[in-house]
Design a protein around this ligand. Structure first.
Ligand code: FES
Length: 189
């Protein structure tokens, strides 16, 4: 039950009145452009928050320490980050270095534009049939976006160095898809 809060200097609360509560402490997050406040365990991994709380199930589990296969990759403040390995508290600089800045998280669900039009990478994965079972695909899309944001025309080598693994053997088609998306974004396709 909520404990009534007595504001400093205020007269005593009449019985039976609405019980004011202090603003609940929490961790503020911006996920795909929407604001959320997590008031549960600050040590909850970002992955569980995305999947279990927000039902954003595109991001996948990638092993105990994160990114065993890259399926859990998301962008946090524009940086490729394994969602399994970071907690919500980490996103705010951890216990010690707490920052008031609201971290911006982009998941695969945030890649399409506001009208629902797919990101060129998503379309290229479809066009190049670069999806097998699909488990690894969200991670490739996020790592691919990060790569294309840094490099306009990535080489096969650049793509092979991404921290992703496709157990269905789609690597060759993934390379083609990322290069096709690079062409679309650069205006040559
Ligand atoms: S499509 Fe199945 S693991 Fe990559």
């Amino acid at each position: 039950m909520a404990v009534p809060v007595q504001a400093q200097g205020a007269p005593p609360l009449p019985s039976g009145s609405i019980t004011p509560e202090k603003v609940r402490e929490g961790i503020d997050l911006d996920i795909n452009g929407e604001r959320f406040r997590h008031t549960g365990d600050p040590k909850m991994p970002l992955l569980w928050y995305l999947r279990d709380v927000l039902q954003l199930t595109g991001t996948k589990y990638a092993g105990e320490h994160g990114s065993g296969n890259g399926a859990d990759l998301v962008l946090v403040n524009g940086k490729l980050t394994p969602a399994t390995a970071v907690t919500l508290e980490d996103l705010h600089g951890g216990k010690e270095g707490k920052t008031e800045k609201v971290p911006k998280v982009v998941t695969v669900e945030g890649l399409a534009d506001a009208t629902g039009k797919l990101h060129p990478l998503q379309q290229a994965f479809i066009d190049e049939d670069a999806i097998g079972c699909g488990y690894c695909t969200p991670g490739w899309l996020m790592a691919g976006k990060d790569l294309l944001d840094r490099k306009r025309n990535p080489s096969d080598d650049d793509i092979d160095q991404l921290p992703n693994l496709c157990r269905c053997g789609c690597q060759t088609r993934v390379r083609r898809a990322i290069k096709r998306a690079a062409g679309v974004i650069g205006g040559t396709k």
